[in-house]
Write a new protein. Structure first.
Length: 221
């Protein structure tokens, strides 16, 4: 797994989310399309996304400096009466500036957590073979946002001109098969969901010339 964070002072990972399907239940499958190295999401929805691992690990705040990325100063709550909740960034900056001026170490008041997931989703290659592509993700909890846990090859964009300000629609892109941790056979029920998803997308998406990439074209709700 790629790591975007320091492992210094990081404690052991512990399971905090029960997986949909244990990783050991997947049956591995070799990539079978030599003329095109890419995999393509079977449909733009993420209703086939499945979690296999959900772990988290905590940092020991006493071993971190407040300037470390793993120290979540922006989430420090000021509990004093009338303080009004979270400290402002200006207040945090003042604490750091004073400590730097005096040469003191800046203690980390609240450390971040690291989240680790292994998930999979359904894909098809250019030869018509179906797979579950398994991907490992890990990131600091403070980085989590709407797109953090999207399956590879799937993305959502805000629909322009929508009457609903925050209406988003799914689209897809190609992913190299080597970008996955490994490939596996489809799970029971996957093909039914794939067919249903592809049928639903016919009224809202167009496919590229090869019939593999889904682009949202309407309606613009």
């Amino acid at each position: 797994m790629a790591q975007d964070y320091s492992t210094d002072a990081l404690g052991p990972f512990r399971e905090y989310a029960v997986p949909d399907v244990p990783l050991e239940a997947l049956s591995r499958k070799q990539f079978q399309c030599p003329q095109d190295p890419n995999l393509y999401p079977t449909h733009p929805a993420q209703d086939n996304k499945t979690y296999h691992v959900g772990d988290r690990a905590r940092y020991n705040a006493r071993e971190l400096d407040a300037r470390d990325e793993e120290c979540v100063l922006s989430q420090i709550g000021d509990r004093r009466p009338g303080a009004g909740g979270n400290r402002s960034q200006a207040a945090i900056d003042r604490v750091i500036r004073r400590a730097e001026e005096t040469g003191r170490r800046i203690p980390c008041q609240q450390a971040d957590v690291v989240l680790r997931y292994v998930l999979s989703d359904t894909y098809i290659d250019a030869c018509g073979n179906y797979y579950r592509g398994v991907k490992a993700l890990d990131f600091l909890g403070s980085y989590e946002n709407m797109g953090t846990l999207f399956s590879p090859g799937r993305v959502q964009y805000r629909v322009p001109g929508s009457q609903f300000k925050e209406y988003y629609a799914g689209q897809t892109y190609a992913v190299k098969h080597t970008d996955f941790l490994f490939l596996a056979d489809l799970l029971p029920g996957d093909m039914e969901k794939i067919n249903r998803g592809r049928t639903a997308a016919q009224s809202t998406h167009t496919l590229d010339g090869a019939g593999r990439i889904f682009t949202y074209t309407g309606p613009h709700r």
